[in-house]
Each structure stands twice: as structure tokens, then as C-alpha cells.
Design a protein around this ligand. Sequence first.
Ligand SMILES: CC(C)(COP(=O)(O)OP(=O)(O)OC[C@H]1O[C@@H](n2cnc3c(N)ncnc32)[C@H](O)[C@@H]1OP(=O)(O)O)[C@@H](O)C(=O)NCCC(=O)NCCS
Length: 292
Amino acid sequence: MKPADPSVPPVRRLGLADVPHCLDLAQDRSWPREERKWRLLLENGEGFGIDAPDGRGLAGTAVLTRYGTTAAAVGMMLVASRYGGRGLGRRLLEHVLAEAGDATVFLCATEYGRPLYEKLGFETVGVVEARVGRFHAGDGPYGEADPGRNATRLAEPGRDLAALCALDVKVFGADRSRLLARLFAFAEQVRVAERDGEITGYGAAWRSGDRLFVGPVVAEDDATVRTLVTGLARGADVRIRLDLHRRHEELVSWFDGHGLARSSTTSFMVHGGRPLPGDRSRLVASFMSALG
Ligand SMILES: CC(C)(COP(=O)(O)OP(=O)(O)OC[C@H]1O[C@@H](n2cnc3c(N)ncnc32)[C@H](O)[C@@H]1OP(=O)(O)O)[C@@H](O)C(=O)NCCC(=O)NCCS
């Protein structure tokens, strides 16, 4: 571990005024310029950054998203390529971990980030596959035409938010209600699956850049996943991306067969290897990787 470089400014909180610099930093690391995503993350969570000593925007960023007091996700860990390998990533991550306090902290790590996370005590507990492509609904029975047991419908915040949050907290194991309330404005579509008047799953589709992201997806079984994803992705005029938690082996071939091929994988890591709360077997797709 190198001593802190005194020429590098301290970590500071980021606000919405920093979004243009966040986009420049993302671009520097060949990440897309996703303004809507940064805005959601900075409005809902806490962004931290280090100003570039050369005065050219930000040298590094990280976003902490708290789920109640018990869990938190780290995302958007970025250090400008010209400042890489100088301890900024470590400094940002240590800062964010200190801010998170006693919460169980998790993240999705790229191969570039994993060595840093391992050094700071994160352990890999799962794999997330980015599934990308044009969705082919096929002629299967999973669309809205199916009035059967797995029918889905558009969710309405007034009618569904409370039940959706009640299901989500059992699965995610921590309180995402603040984020889920925002989901209705952020997403193009939120759908719920219902059986006997009870919500058994939900999913959302939202746009960023030239893609339609499908996530989060929470569902009690594979049939419900297929119905929700078909309802969300059918007819999309752009490529879809869905971040699938790989424990759902049976779904992999279904996604392959419907045009959503594996494009990359990330490691799902938990600080200190702590057990994750909730019933993650029903958490099929992340909202986005930065949100854990
Ligand atoms: C990942 C990233 C944030 C690391 O930032 P950084 O400022 O270069 O990292 P640091 O210099 O603070 O390195 C921290 C430690 O991790 C180690 N480390 C970092 N990258 C490493 C690598 N690729 N291989 C091995 N060790 C590595 C360093 O040796 C250092 O160890 P030390 O503190 O014991 O000396 C930066 O490379 C980046 O922005 N990458 C592109 C975007 C990305 O993939 N982000 C991660 C998203 S999950």
C-alpha cells in the first residue's frame, strides 16, 4: 500500500452539478455517457469524488447507495486512466466503506475492480451475467395474451407500491422502498405478476443511452420470470440488457433462445464475506450493477 499522495485533493461529496464531469470520467474509461443513470444514483444515493489535480474535472468517483441501515451497495468506482495505480481507487473505497458503517456492503465487480475489492476485504459470492441483444418473444405463451396463472399487468404506484415493496424486502433482505418509489418515474414500464390478487413478482424496464435495461426482476418461479421479461421486452425497438444472477441456470437457455446472449460477467462481492439477507433465489436480475 502506497502512502497517500499529498498533491491529490481529499474525497468530497458529489452533487448533480458534477454529472458532466462524471460522464467525462466514464467516457475516459470507455464506459457509456449515461446521464439518467448518474442522476438517479446521485439523487438517491451518495456520490463521492476526488477532483483532478490538473483541474480537468474529476479524477475518481464512487457511489454509495444505502438500503435502510442494514445494507448498502457501492457502484460507479472509476479512476481516470491518467491517475490509475496511484491509490485513488483505494482511497475512495475506504472512504465509502467508512461511510457505510456497520451495513453489509456489496457490489458487482469488473475484472479491473476485483483486485482492489479483494484487497479491501470483499469476497466473491456469485456471478452476474450481462445478457444483451434484440429480444425475440417467439410464439410462446408468456405474453399478455396469456390470462392464466402467470398473467402480468402494468403496475400503478398508488395501487401496487406498498405490496411491491413488501415482496421486495423479503427477497432483497433490505429496504429498497425509497428506490422503488423512484422506479415508477424512472422506468418506462413497471409490471407486476399476480395470482389470486397477490403480487408474486415484479419487473421494470428503463432506458439508458441506446438500450432498454430490464431490471430489477423479482419473481417466485421461472414461469413468472419469463412472463415478466416478455411483457417488458416484447416489441422493444432497441437492444435489451438484463443483468442476470447466474444461480438461475434454467433461465440461461431461455435467454439464449430469445436473443439475449451473454455479453460479459461480473463478480458479485460482499464485504467481509457476510451472509446476504433475504431470499436471493427469487432475485433474478439486478436493477443495475451500480445498485448491487
Ligand atoms: C478499478 C479502478 C477504480 C482502480 O483504481 P486505481 O486508483 O487504479 O486503484 P489503486 O491505485 O487505488 O489500487 C488499489 C490497490 O489495488 C491494486 N490493484 C488495482 N488494480 C489492480 C489490478 N488490475 N491488478 C492487481 N492489483 C490491482 C493495487 O495494486 C493497489 O494495491 P495497494 O493499495 O495494496 O498498493 C480503476 O482501475 C478503474 O477505474 N478501472 C476502470 C473502471 C472499472 O472497471 N471500475 C471498477 C468497476 S467494478
